[in-house]
Design a protein around this ligand. Structure first.
Ligand code: NAD
Ligand code: IPM
Ligand code: MG
Length: 356
């Protein structure tokens, strides 16, 4: 039987809560789809600081490198805000070490969710976009200085770093509606001027079939709310992508819904919901696990090539939306763990439904 090794990094706050649901869903789908998963779980982020004094140990990194795919819950929290090495540094270290330079964050609005957005239902109806965020460069990884009354963070990009993530975005656009919007701040930043020049050259030379546009990030933040359904693939650098994807999570109505795939040129990829550790609701079994579940669907599809398993999972989530089976952030009554149990019930009903 096909067997894959999966590393689980539950992390902190609601991370372990959504990871428990993700693991149960993975086990259920694997059994239904006829493959096996071998899990190993490791402390990561704040949990790893507490046990080992650092957010990402060499042993955890080795286990990740030897796996087929990594599922990550979330890291961080006020407890470690003053730690010498923060939980978030472990996350950045993992992304860099694995060279997962492209982060794919799909944003779509299931018809049953149209009334859940703070935007009018008719504005968000039909939203289906993919944010491709550069993940291992830019200001997150530039040189830093820190003195008592002065600090600096450098933002740098090379042509090669821009080209490799832009290829991913152009190729995704080909698989979708053929539109790519590159977002930068080329009216101010040198890195953005290079970004725009490189992406434009690639569009003209290699992807003339793709309808390529450019927007400044401030205008993009506005257009995302004015006409979100007009976006197909959005390509942007590391920090702009972080910010725009949290903004875009309000189109379907909750940050708890969005998943992501962080991919490099080889396995393993890292699959994680876009939200954080949510200290305000941690420990209360209130978190929405659907972002984690969407990340599992991406793990199956982009990480393992198990597309049928991903489809099963997404169909079960769709059935839950149709039934109004939601957690409190969407106005539902389910706890996080109840949502997980309900999801597995929907999954197990599927084959019978298909046969009947
Ligand atoms: N990938 C990651 O691990 C990741 C991502 C973002 C933030 N963080 C870290 O998480 C910590 C908290 O950050 P924050 O509060 O700015 O962002 P957050 O995403 O944790 O929470 C923002 C708000 O969204 C809500 N929320 C988040 N996920 C939810 C879910 N699944 N269901 C329902 N509601 C949800 C929270 O309750 C909170 O009100 C920080 O330490 C931050 O660095 C980690
Ligand atoms: C926790 C933080 C380092 C991380 C980021 O900024 O990339 C998070 O916000 C995310 O979106 O995955
Ligand atoms: Mg973020």
């Amino acid at each position: 039987m096909r067997t894959y090794s999966i590393v689980l990094l539950p992390g902190d706050g609601i991370g372990p809560e959504v990871t428990a649901v993700a693991r149960a869903a993975m086990e259920s789908v694997a059994a239904l789809s006829g493959f096996a998963l071998k899990f190993s779980e490791h402390a990561f982020g704040g949990a790893s600081i507490d046990r080992f004094g650092e957010p990402l140990t060499a042993e955890t990194l080795r286990a990740c490198q030897a796996s087929d795919a990594i599922f990550l819950g979330a890291v961080g929290g006020p407890k470690w805000d003053k730690a010498a090495s923060r939980p978030e540094a472990g996350l950045l270290g993992l992304r860099k070490a694995l060279q997962v330079y492209s982060n794919l964050r799909p944003v779509s609005v299931h018809p049953a969710l149209a009334g859940k957005s703070p935007l009018r239902a008719e504005l968000v109806a039909g939203v289906d976009m993919l944010i491709v965020r550069e993940l291992t460069g830019g200001i997150y990884f530039g040189a830093r200085q820190k003195r008592e009354d002065y600090a600096s963070d450098e933002c740098a990009y090379s042509r090669a770093e821009i080209e490799r993530v832009a290829h991913i975005a152009f190729q995704q656009a080909r698989l979708r509606r053929g539109k790519l919007m590159s977002v930068d701040k080329a009216n101010v930043l040198e890195t953005s001027r290079l970004w725009r020049r490189v992406v434009s050259e690639m569009g003209a030379r290699t992807y003339p079939d793709i309808e390529l546009g450019h927007m400044y990030v401030d205008a993009a933040a506005m257009h995302l709310l004015r006409d979100p359904a007009s976006f197909d693939v959005v390509l942007t650098e590391n920090m702009f992508g972080d910010i725009l994807s949290d903004e875009a999570s309000m189109l379907p109505g909750s940050i708890g819904l969005l998943g992501s795939a962080s991919l490099g040129d080889t396995r393993p990829g890292v699959f994680e919901p876009i939200h954080g550790s949510a200290p305000d609701i941690a420990g209360q079994d209130e978190a929405n696990p659907f972002g984690a579940i969407e990340s599992v669907a991406q793990l199956f599809e982009a990480g393992l090539g198990e597309t049928e398993a991903a489809a099963r999972l997404r169909a079960a989530v769709g059935a839950m939306h149709e039934a109004g089976d939601w957690t409190g952030d969407l106005g539902g009554t389910l706890t996080c763990s109840e949502a997980g149990i309900r999801l597995i019930q929907h999954l197990e009903r599927q084959p019978a439904m298909a046969a009947g």
